[in-house]
Design a protein around this ligand. Structure first.
Ligand SMILES: CC(C)(COP(=O)(O)OP(=O)(O)OC[C@H]1O[C@@H](n2cnc3c(N)ncnc32)[C@H](O)[C@@H]1OP(=O)(O)O)[C@@H](O)C(=O)NCCC(=O)NCCS
Length: 164
């Protein structure tokens, strides 16, 4: 798929997005979140901010975080499998950072499977550095989680559109 940047857009996640999100969630994760989990985040979690990425009006990715005081904790980020490796995850991460800064966060954290080197490379490009390990964090295979942290600076960007 040849990317036309004019067709990319972002907006806050809504309940109507959940079916498309569940389809991506199921191909992206070995322990996908349920519909109930997303509904709960959107309806009941006052700290949660979820963003969807669209290409020509079609939902192709999403990500979210909990913003508590000045810290943003990323809960998930995924790009539809047929459009991975095209730089969209990089752009979505830039958008999540902008959203976090907008809501007053100055640093951001996440957990990532130690085996998920693609995601880790993406996070390093966005200033995340390893800060520890949570042993046996993922219950499906007892895999360890790498904890990563990034300082958020309004001027920093990935290789995609940034905050120039
Ligand atoms: C992780 C994910 C969101 C990245 O999105 P993406 O659109 O594929 O990533 P991009 O094309 O923007 O690539 C960004 C960086 O990721 C890494 N990457 C992405 N695809 C890669 C591949 N096939 N091989 C190696 N590195 C890869 C690279 O570092 C790349 O930067 P580079 O092109 O400058 O080397 C996406 O692969 C995904 O949804 N994976 C499944 C869900 C998941 O693992 N989420 C993270 C959980 S913590």
């Amino acid at each position: 798929m040849a990317m036309n940047n004019d067709k990319l857009s972002y907006r806050a996640m809504s309940m109507d997005d959940i079916p498309a999100i569940l389809a991506i969630e199921q191909e992206a994760f070995s322990s996908p979140w349920t519909e109930e989990a997303f509904v709960n985040e959107l309806k009941n979690n006052m700290f949660a901010k979820y963003v969807v990425m669209e290409y020509g009006g079609e939902l192709i990715g999403y990500g979210g975080m909990w913003i508590i005081m000045d810290e943003a904790h990323v809960t998930n980020i995924a790009i539809r499998s047929d459009v991975r490796g095209l730089g969209l995850g990089d752009r979505l991460m830039s958008q999540l950072r902008r959203t976090a800064i907008f809501y007053g966060a100055v640093r951001m954290t996440l957990e990532v499977r130690v085996s998920n080197v693609h995601a880790q490379r993406l996070y390093r490009k966005h200033g995340f550095e390893p800060a520890g390990v949570r042993p046996n964090y993922y219950s499906d295979n007892n895999e360890d989680a790498l904890i990563m942290w990034a300082e958020l600076e309004a001027s920093r960007s990935g290789t995609g559109e940034g905050n120039q």
